[in-house]
Structures are given as C-alpha cells and as structure tokens.
Design a protein around this ligand. Structure first.
Ligand code: HEC
Ligand code: HEC
Ligand code: HEC
Ligand code: HEC
Ligand code: HEC
Ligand code: HEC
Ligand code: HEC
Ligand code: HEC
Ligand code: HEC
Length: 335
C-alpha cells in the first residue's frame, strides 16, 4: 500500500517540479528529453547532437502558446523541417554544379532521421539499401558487378549530396578510378589512346556488365585459344579487324616482316592462337606499342619481353624464342 502510494505520488511530484522549472510557459529552458511525454528520441545508436544535448528548442521553436496544454502549434519548425531548418546549422548542400534530386527539393529527411537512428549519420538505411529506397535495385543486378557495388559502397564513387562532377561523382574520368586503383597501371612509355584521355568508360562499364572485368565487349583472357575474332570483340570494336586476317599483307598491320603478317602468325591459329594480352597491355606499358614488360599469367613469374622499335620494324627478345626482328621494307632473316 505504501509502495503504491509512492508510485502514485512520484509522477505528480515530477510534473510539479517540471512546472516550477518553467515547463508549459512556452519559452522556458526545460528539458524535453526527460519529460517522458514523448517516446525517447535518444535511445538509438546514433543520436543527432542537438537532440542528445536536449536542445529540442533549437529546432522546435516555441510559438508562445502554452505547451503541453496546447498540443498542435505550440512549436514551429523553420521551413517545416525541410532543408531550411538544417541549413540553420549546417553548410549548404545545394551550391555545386550537380545536386542530388532530393536535396534540390529540400528533402534532407528522405535519408536522415532528424533525431536518431541505428545507422551512422542518422541515416534511414545503411550502404546501398539507402540508395535502393529510391533507385531500382534490379538495374544493378549484373552478372559481373563492380566489387564496391556488391559491397554496397555506392558512396565510394558518388557523393550523396552534390558534386561539381556529373552524376555527383567523387572524381572526373580516370581520377575517380584511381581513388581505389593503382595509378601506376595507367602510366608508362606508351599509354593506350582512350586511357591517355582518361576514358576508362570506353572499355569498362563502371556499375558492371555481363562480361568479366566490367568490359563492355567480350575479351578472352586465356593465353591460347582457337582463333576467332569474337574472342577479341572489345579490341575490334575500335581496331581494324583485318590485322590478323591475312598471312601476307602490306597495309593491314605494322607488325609484319616484309609482307609476312606477324599478328597472323601469333594469333590466327586453329588450336593455339594467342591472345592480344600475351603481348599488349590494354592500359599502358614501360615499352613502346603497349608491349608488356612481361607475358602475364604465364607460369608463376611471367616471361620477360624486351621490345625495341625502329622506324620500319622492331626486335623482340623473349623467353620463348631467340631474339627476332622484323622490318616492313626489308624482310629480316631470323635464324
Ligand atoms: C535538428 C532539429 C530537431 C531537434 C534538435 C529536435 N527535433 Fe523533434 N522533430 C524535428 C523534425 C524536423 C520533426 C518532423 C516534423 C514532421 O514530421 O513534420 C520532428 C518531430 C518531432 C516530434 C513529432 C514526431 C515524432 O517523431 O514523434 C516530436 C514529439 C519531437 N520532434 C520531439 C523532439 C524532442 C523531445 C526533441 C529533443 C529531445 C527534439 N524533437 C529535437 C526536428 C528536431
Ligand atoms: C540547431 C542546430 C542544428 C540543426 C538545425 C540541425 N543540425 Fe545536424 N548537427 C548539429 C550539430 C551540432 C551536429 C554535430 C556536428 C559535429 O559533431 O561536427 C550535427 C550533426 C549532423 C549530422 C552528422 C552526424 C555525424 O555523425 O557526424 C547529420 C547527418 C546532420 N546533423 C543532419 C541534419 C539534418 C538532416 C538536419 C535538418 C533536418 C539538421 N542536421 C539540423 C546541429 C544541427
Ligand atoms: C540521398 C540521401 C541523402 C539526402 C537526401 C541527404 N543526405 Fe546527408 N548524407 C547522406 C549520406 C549517405 C551521408 C554519409 C556521408 C558519406 O558517406 O560521405 C550523409 C552525411 C551528411 C552529413 C555529415 C557529413 C557531411 O557531409 O557533412 C551532414 C551534415 C548531412 N549529411 C546533412 C544533410 C543535409 C543538410 C541534407 C539536406 C540538405 C542532407 N544531408 C540530405 C545522404 C543524404
Ligand atoms: C529519397 C530518394 C532518393 C534516395 C534515397 C537516393 N536517390 Fe539518387 N536520385 C533521386 C532522384 C529523385 C534523382 C533525380 C532523378 C532524375 O533526375 O531523373 C536521383 C538521381 C541520382 C543520380 C543521378 C544524378 C544525375 O545527374 O542524373 C545518382 C548518381 C544518384 N541519384 C545516386 C544515388 C546514390 C548513390 C544514393 C544512395 C547514397 C541515392 N542516389 C539515394 C532520389 C534518391
Ligand atoms: C566504382 C564507382 C561507382 C560505384 C561504386 C557506383 N557508381 Fe553509380 N555511377 C558511376 C559512374 C562512373 C556513373 C556515370 C555513368 C556511367 O559511367 O555509367 C554512374 C552513374 C550512376 C547513376 C546515373 C546513371 C544511371 O546509370 O542511372 C545512378 C543513378 C547511379 N550511378 C547510382 C549508383 C548506385 C545506387 C550505386 C550503388 C548501388 C552506385 N551508383 C555505385 C560510378 C559508380
Ligand atoms: C571505391 C573504390 C573503387 C573505385 C572508385 C573504383 N573501383 Fe574498380 N574495383 C574496386 C575493388 C575493391 C575491386 C576488386 C579488387 C581489385 O580488383 O582491385 C575493383 C575491381 C575493378 C575491376 C576488375 C573487376 C574484375 O572483375 O576483376 C575493374 C575492371 C575496375 N575495378 C575498374 C574500375 C574503373 C574503370 C573505375 C573508375 C570508373 C573504378 N574501377 C573505380 C574498387 C573501386
Ligand atoms: C582499351 C580498353 C580499355 C580501357 C580504355 C581501359 N581498360 Fe581496364 N581493362 C581492359 C581489359 C581488356 C582488361 C582485362 C585484362 C585481363 O583480362 O587481364 C582490363 C582490366 C582492368 C582492371 C583489372 C585489372 C586486373 O589485373 O585485375 C582494372 C582495375 C582496370 N582495367 C581499370 C581501368 C581503368 C581505371 C581505366 C581508365 C584509366 C581502364 N581500365 C581503361 C581494357 C581497358
Ligand atoms: C575504345 C576504342 C579502343 C579499344 C576498345 C581498343 N583500342 Fe587500341 N587504340 C585506340 C586508340 C584511340 C589508339 C591510338 C591510335 C593512334 O594513336 O593512332 C589505340 C592504339 C592501340 C595500339 C598502338 C599503341 C601505340 O603505342 O602505338 C595497340 C597495340 C592497341 N591499341 C591495342 C589494343 C588492344 C589489344 C585492344 C583490346 C584489348 C584495344 N587496343 C582496344 C582505341 C581503342
Ligand atoms: C606476339 C605479340 C603480339 C600479339 C599476340 C598481338 N600483337 Fe599487336 N602488335 C605487336 C607489335 C610488336 C606491334 C607493333 C608493330 C609496329 O608498329 O612495329 C603491334 C601493333 C598493334 C597495333 C597497332 C597497329 C598495327 O597493327 O601496327 C594494334 C592496333 C594491335 N597491335 C592490336 C592487337 C590486337 C587486337 C591483338 C589481338 C588480336 C594483338 N595486337 C596481338 C605485337 C603483338
């Protein structure tokens, strides 16, 4: 009986105490968090700083009416709680060249909870789940997705609010890619035309594709294969697909000894035709003509290639054969 009485009195006493602190007078410095009238705004993992600091009135500005007696209209939110409110304390997020849709329309709370959340930055969902609240998830379902997408890291590439780069990207062209990839892969004595222009997009689809390595067109990365142009669809999308067609030629390729087409010799075989990759790096190389310094993926160490170019031909020193030279004007005899 004593205990029940105690329980009955405590809330009443608490209420009287709050009143004496100015609660209900509209503009008093009371502590809403502890009035227990509202579900807690501070129980989740990440609480917005002014909420955690019980500065409810920095946002809920008293209108002068008597709260809690007046339930509706006792407080007002600047800009009805839209971006205008957030900008009272935060830097503008809508002053760059490309502004994300919901930010342009002032809807910060589409992604952030104004009080609290179990996700960092009081976000309404984590990782790509946030983005998929509005963007179609299925359109990211690729056979070979880019690993950061599979990991839900959309913001590895996109700013969530705004950027001076189209699509709110964190960098322009190849600058975006080298945020995560080694710059060294794309520099050297010879750099592939589109790579030099920063146009990674010419060959790779950044979100993913149905080809391995995010390639827009198929490229067979085996060392040996029966020759078919389809194996190098990517390369032949930009290059003359006749370079490996004819045994003899005087125009199709510079890789010839007199009239003997050396591309043909290496690539165009029924069983063990070689991949372009055996000789060329698709990005850049420390040697001329994108000739790789090592034959990749062949054995454990890779076989070194030393290539020297002349005005009319060149010489290759490779682990697989003796030094061999070619000359377009004066066929070289290689013993
Ligand atoms: C950063 C600004 C901000 C702060 C600080 C803030 N709120 Fe809010 N609050 C809002 C916004 C915005 C809304 C949404 C209004 C709407 O839905 O139209 C809201 C809604 C509410 C609501 C009604 C809906 C709901 O979520 O229950 C209550 C009650 C509330 N706040 C209580 C509080 C309390 C208590 C505090 C202090 C502990 C507080 N707020 C601090 C911005 C704030
Ligand atoms: C009364 C001032 C005030 C208002 C209004 C306000 N904020 Fe904040 N907000 C803060 C403070 C203070 C911090 C803590 C900053 C810090 O730690 O650097 C903060 C932090 C944040 C953070 C970062 C949290 C983190 O973990 O780093 C986000 C996101 C945020 N606010 C979003 C909003 C949004 C969205 C609105 C509008 C609905 C808003 N804020 C309105 C004061 C405010
Ligand atoms: C499309 C979802 C989305 C919207 C809408 C959005 N944000 Fe954010 N916001 C994020 C994400 C995601 C982060 C986490 C930062 C990161 O990953 O780089 C963030 C982080 C923040 C931060 C902390 C880091 C920083 O950039 O300062 C603040 C403050 C913030 N947002 C304020 C706002 C304000 C103000 C608005 C409205 C003008 C807004 N946000 C609208 C998604 C959003
Ligand atoms: C609240 C809904 C919403 C959320 C959440 C959201 N977006 Fe958006 N997003 C939009 C709208 C609306 C547009 C504009 C669409 C248009 O213009 O056709 C847009 C456009 C974009 C664009 C294209 C911009 C352009 O210039 O065409 C990118 C990129 C983008 N969002 C990325 C993201 C990422 C990354 C996330 C998660 C961090 C995300 N979005 C979360 C609504 C959202
Ligand atoms: C590795 C970097 C990278 C990641 C990670 C990434 N994007 Fe993109 N995104 C881009 C690039 C680059 C573009 C520009 C268009 C293009 O190249 O296809 C783009 C374009 C977009 C566009 C506008 C054009 C379109 O295709 O609709 C949207 C929306 C978008 N991304 C959303 C997302 C979402 C959502 C995620 C996470 C699931 C994400 N992006 C992850 C790099 C990335
Ligand atoms: C946020 C970090 C990040 C950014 C930015 C990024 N990537 Fe990646 N990318 C990765 C990770 C992680 C992997 C997997 C590990 C690896 O191969 O290094 C990967 C792998 C790849 C692969 C190999 C995929 C496979 O199937 O083996 C290609 C191709 C690629 N990225 C191209 C690009 C291009 C082009 C850009 C710029 C448009 C870019 N990446 C930007 C993180 C990133
Ligand atoms: C001319 C076409 C082309 C261009 C342009 C291009 N790539 Fe590639 N990239 C390829 C090919 C082909 C492969 C696959 C090589 C293989 O199978 O070993 C590849 C593979 C990759 C890989 C995976 C490497 C590995 O060893 O796993 C990354 C990362 C990559 N590219 C990033 C980029 C970036 C970043 C750019 C822009 C600076 C770029 N690529 C431009 C054709 C290209
Ligand atoms: C998007 C178009 C495009 C694709 C796809 C492409 N290339 Fe190229 N390639 C170029 C351009 C542009 C040049 C520079 C031409 C010039 O300088 O006259 C070039 C030049 C070359 C050169 C000569 C390099 C030099 O230093 O003179 C080689 C070798 C080469 N490409 C091999 C390949 C291989 C192998 C593939 C397939 C993996 C490929 N290319 C795919 C556009 C492309
Ligand atoms: C055995 C090594 C080797 C292989 C395999 C190889 N190339 Fe070459 N390629 C060369 C050499 C060496 C040159 C330089 C010729 C010159 O300018 O003297 C060259 C030049 C080129 C050029 C510049 C234009 C020309 O023909 O002179 C292109 C484009 C090219 N190769 C594409 C390819 C493609 C595509 C493949 C795969 C189908 C391929 N290469 C396979 C060694 C090779």
């Amino acid at each position: 009986m004593k205990i029940r009485l105690f329980h009955g009195i405590l809330p009443l006493a608490g209420w009287l105490l709050l009143m004496s602190l100015g609660f209900g007078r509209g503009a008093g410095a009371y502590v809403l968090t502890s009035c227990n009238c509202h579900p807690s705004k501070t129980e989740k993992k990440f609480v917005h700083k002014p909420v955690a600091d019980s500065e409810c009135q920095k946002c809920h500005k008293p209108s002068g009416q008597n709260h809690p007696r007046v339930k509706k209209g006792a407080f007002v939110l600047t800009d009805n709680g839209n971006a205008g409110l957030c900008y009272e304390c935060h830097a503008h997020k809508d002053n760059m060249k490309y502004v994300h849709g919901p930010i342009g329309s002032g809807d910060c709370r589409a992604c952030h909870d104004e009080h609290q959340s179990d996700n960092r930055y009081q976000l309404k969902a984590s990782g790509s789940k946030l983005c998929f609240m509005c963007h179609d998830k299925d359109s990211f379902d690729r056979k070979y997705p880019h690993p950061p997408i599979a990991e839900g890291n959309c913001t590895g590439c996109h700013e969530p609010h705004q950027s001076d780069v189209k699509f709110m990207l964190r960098g322009e062209g190849a600058k975006l890619c080298v945020l995560c990839h080694d710059k060294g892969m794309f520099a050297g004595k010879s750099v592939h035309g589109p790579v030099a222009k920063g146009d990674c997009n010419a060959c790779h689809a950044t979100h993913g594709t149905s080809n391995p390595r995010l390639l827009r067109k198929y490229f067979n990365r085996e060392f040996y294969m029966p020759f078919s142009k389809d194996n190098f669809a990517l390369c032949f999308g930009c290059h003359n697909n006749q370079i490996a067609d004819d045994k003899l030629t005087d125009v199709e390729t510079g890789f010839r000894n007199g009239l003997t087409n050396i591309h043909y010799i290496h690539v165009n075989k029924l069983d063990k035709g070689r991949s372009c990759k055996v000789c060329h790096d698709p990005h850049a190389s420390s040697q001329m003509r994108l000739i790789s310094a090592k034959i990749p993926d062949f054995g454990r160490w890779g076989i070194p290639i030393r290539y020297t170019k002349t005005d009319t031909g060149g010489t290759c020193v490779v682990g697989c054969h003796k030094p061999k030279s070619y000359d377009r004007n004066q066929a070289v005899f290689n013993p």
